[in-house]
Ligand binder design. Structure first.
Ligand code: AR6
Length: 189
């Protein structure tokens, strides 16, 4: 599913965040220490190689909602933007903190002249954020800032399962239907 908001394309696909060829940056669902860990972070560090953690050590620790940028080493991208999502039920207010991850990642992307960026569903794995709530918060945050972007032209949400993809697609449809006509150029699934 692809939606255009002003000059920005927002899309949801099922896939693996480490295989986003053609995207300038991918986002990591990191831990505070920017260490390998499991899930997205484990997959990204494994694919990028050990030099990634060497660079990460100089930037850690990071706070919930914060984002930092590194090179992408052996990944097919230029940058990795590392975000620490909220642990559901623990880091509060979780919706604002999760939205901050997406907004801060986009702000860093803009600063670094990133034109395309792929996000995983931050906090929805080990950190326990319910997928439907996370989809609402993250898509809403992306839509909110999309029309202020100058560099970023393409945003992709990479979901790991068919069922997660369906949730994101349904919520994206609902949110774009609520947009004013001026903000919505095209919506197709
Ligand atoms: N590509 C895309 N999505 C993925 C991939 C992948 N390769 N692998 C998992 N997912 P998580 P969090 C999905 O746990 O909840 C780590 O151990 C997964 O199904 O990676 O923010 C870190 O070290 C889920 O929907 O991130 C932290 O300690 C989503 O990505 C902690 O987990 C996020 O799952 C961060 O937890």
């Amino acid at each position: 599913m692809v939606v255009n908001i002003k000059n920005v394309t927002l899309e949801c696909i099922k896939g693996d965040i480490t295989k986003q060829v053609g995207f300038d940056a991918i986002v990591n669902a990191a831990n505070a220490f920017l260490a390998p860990g499991g899930g997205v972070a484990g997959a990204i560090h494994k694919a990028a190689g050990p030099l990634l953690y060497q660079e990460c050590k100089n930037l850690a620790p990071i706070k919930v909602g914060e984002a930092v940028i590194t090179k992408a080493y052996n990944l097919p991208n230029k940058y990795i933007i590392h975000c620490l999502g909220p642990k559901y039920g623990i880091d509060k207010p979780e919706d604002k903190l999760l939205a901050s991850c997406y907004k801060n990642a986009l702000a860093l992307a803009e600063k670094n002249k990133v034109t395309s960026i792929a996000f995983p569903a931050i906090s929805t794995g080990a950190f326990g954020y319910p997928i439907e709530e996370a989809a609402k918060v993250s898509l809403q945050a992306l839509i909110e800032v999309a029309n202020q972007l100058r560099e970023v032209k393409r945003i992709r949400l990479v979901l790991y399962s068919e069922s997660d993809l369906k949730v994101y697609q349904n919520i994206l449809k609902k949110l774009t239907n609520e947009l004013k006509d001026g903000d919505k150029n095209r919506c197709s699934s």
